[in-house]
Design a protein around this ligand. Structure first.
Ligand SMILES: Cc1cc2nc3c(=O)[nH]c(=O)nc-3n(C[C@H](O)[C@H](O)[C@H](O)COP(=O)(O)OP(=O)(O)OC[C@H]3O[C@@H](n4cnc5c(N)ncnc54)[C@H](O)[C@@H]3O)c2cc1C
Length: 543
């Protein structure tokens, strides 16, 4: 019988060192937890994959202190234009917004950013990554999870209180748990060609909705060009296409096969699939293990980053004994519906852009060209307002005034620039929020309205109390506010506009920057109690 070596114990075992596993490990490492990442490959995946990063994602990298290291591998304000076979613009996605503190659409090089996330783990003594460890078995009971991995010829066993399956679309954990992966695989195959020394040297991303052969051309950082061509039946030969076909496709995109510097050319199929459950007791699924989607909205990568951001703070609260295990149910409750909406949008976009029937393509073109002359519709498309923004109606939130479609509760809070002291350079809001909860108030000291019990509860959660003032008043307030409250100046006026729009001056922010609750000063105690219930906080000495 084969020997199983040395059982080691961790708080969390993460399976997979892709971006989702690595980000989760950064979040948990920052909380001082003991984390093991198991990766079956001998090194990080080094070929280009995801190319589109959104503003929410950059905000997550900011939260783990790595935005500055990630930025050199991004192109901000990266526009996406859909054009007809004749070059007429069907739709242009050019959102100029920076409401969350970062450019909404960014081109990026995934392996370089994955490496930043990996190197970021060196900051945490409690986190280790073991390459060359392929997870083969998983078992769980009421106390924890046991994972067995093969490394070379030996099998190693690890135990943890929780495990997170970030092991990609073919997730071994999802299969071991027998969780269905529901959805469809598109019939069309595509070849993805990445080139160094960009032979086109134009900015932005273009989708050519040419019915004879739709293709995509994307300028990426560091002179990389991504081309994706739809393949017709029988054109693919395994993972590649015959040279004459590749030559003619590249020529269509303006590139000469004899001169280009190919990094990788590989055939892919696109699928839209969603795991039936994101949680099975002590095992959670995140990233591609929980959902995969066609690339047309560039949201596969970003959706996984959202999972890591949503899950990590909840796991940390449970592992530290502050919240009950039930808090983890809110992970699936909050994330699954949004992932489903992103899959729907991505599948629909793929169907529209890859129409090969000339009549269908002409009708599509006529329809979108007509929409383009209706200014509100054009603004809707250009501003990407169709992108489903996460909006949680149930989960780790409190709606003291009832669930209300117009309430900002369950949405991501804005991130405008703020000032800490007169004359100081403005900083992004999250830099003053810290990495736990924050209570932000317009023009008051929130502690005045808090009972002792409320104050103690937020203190145990390391909550920052922040009062927001017009910049004219900051110096006066700094001299006056209590030691527990940090006054900041709203230098752009966006916070004032936000509180004005929502009609209440106290906002409770979760560590993932989502609005947990909103109330007036006199309801702070009652809202705190509602949140204590929604967050499943432990009673007793703990809050
Ligand atoms: C060609 C292509 C283009 C793409 N373009 C985009 C885009 O433009 N925008 C976008 O948002 N997304 C895009 N994506 C998707 C994006 O790359 C993925 O969504 C993202 O990498 C998912 O991250 P992840 O960490 O969940 O999984 P992965 O990055 O797949 O990482 C999973 C890791 O788990 C490891 N693993 C698997 N099984 C085991 C096991 N049993 N034991 C141990 N380790 C294991 C794997 O080796 C891997 O390192 C693209 C993907 C491809 C392939």
């Amino acid at each position: 019988m084969e020997t199983v070596l040395n059982e080691e114990t961790f708080d969390v075992v993460i399976v997979g060192a892709g971006p989702v596993g690595l980000l989760t490990a950064n979040y948990l490492g920052a909380q001082g937890l003991r984390v093991l990442v198991l990766e079956r490959m001998r090194e990080l995946i080094d070929y280009p994959r995801g190319v589109g990063m959104d503003d929410e994602c950059l905000r997550s990298f900011q939260a783990v202190g790595l935005a500055r290291e990630v930025l050199p591998h991004t192109t901000p304000q990266h526009h996406l234009r859909f054009v007809t076979g004749k070059g007429r613009t069907l739709a242009a996605l050019e959102p100029g917004t920076d409401e969350f503190g970062w450019s909404r659409r960014n081109g990026f090089i995934q392996p370089l950013v994955d490496r930043v996330l990996f190197e970021g783990l060196a900051r945490y003594a409690g986190v280790s990554v073991r390459f060359g460890h392929e997870v083969e078995e998983v078992a769980q009971d009421g106390d924890g999870v046991t994972i067995t991995a093969r490394a070379d010829d030996a099998r190693h066993r690890f135990s943890a209180r929780y495990a997170v399956g970030c092991d990609g679309g073919r997730s071994a954990l999802r299969k071991a748990l027998d969780i269905p992966f529901e959805g469809e695989t598109e019939p069309n195959r595509w070849i993805v060609v990445d080139l160094n020394n960009d032979p086109l040297a134009t900015p932005h991303a273009w989708v050519y909705c040419n019915h004879a052969r739709p293709y995509v051309s994307i300028a990426l950082p560091h002179g990389v060009r991504r081309l994706e061509f739809m393949l017709h039946d029988k054109e693919a030969e395994g993972d590649t296409v015959p040279e004459p076909i590749l030559r003619s496709m590249l020529a269509e995109a303006g590139c000469d096969l004899d001169r280009v510097d190919i990094i990788r050319a590989r055939v892919y199929t696109h699928s839209g699939r969603l795991a039936a459950r994101f949680r099975d007791k002590r095992i959670l699924l995140a990233g591609d293990a929980a959902h995969i989607m066609p690339v047309w909205q560039g949201q596969g990568y970003n959706s996984g980053i959202r999972d890591a951001t949503n899950l990590s703070w909840k796991l940390a609260l449970v592992l530290k004994g502050i919240a009950k295990d039930r808090l983890l149910d809110s992970y699936e409750e909050e994330r699954r519906e949004h992932a489903r909406a992103m899959i729907g949008l991505s599948v629909m976009a793929g169907k529209v852009l890859s129409i090969t029937n000339p009549v269908g393509a002409a009708l599509r073109d006529a329809f979108f060209l007509m929409l383009n002359v209706i200014p509100p519709v054009k603004r809707y498309i250009v501003g990407m307002r169709f992108k489903p923004m996460p909006r949680y109606r149930h989960g780790a939130l409190a709606y003291p005034h009832g669930v209300d479609a117009n309430s900002p509760v369950g949405t991501m809070f804005i991130q405008p620039p703020v000032q800490r002291a007169p004359g100081h350079e403005p900083v992004r809001l999250d830099e003053v929020l810290g990495d736990s909860f924050a209570i932000l108030c317009w023009g008051i000291d929130p502690s005045y309205w808090m009972s002792e019990q409320t104050r103690a509860l937020w203190k145990q959660l390391d909550t920052r109390l922040i009062s927001v003032w017009p910049d004219t008043q900051l110096g006066y307030q700094l001299a006056r506010d209590g030691p527990d409250v940090q006054p900041i100046a709203d230098v752009s006026g966006r916070l004032k506009a936000w509180f004005d729009r929502h009609g209440r001056g106290v906002v409770f922010l979760r560590p993932d920057r989502f609005v947990a609750a909103l109330c007036g000063p006199q309801q702070i105690d009652a809202t705190t109690q509602a949140l204590r219930t929604a967050l499943h906080l432990q009673s007793g000495d703990r809050p």
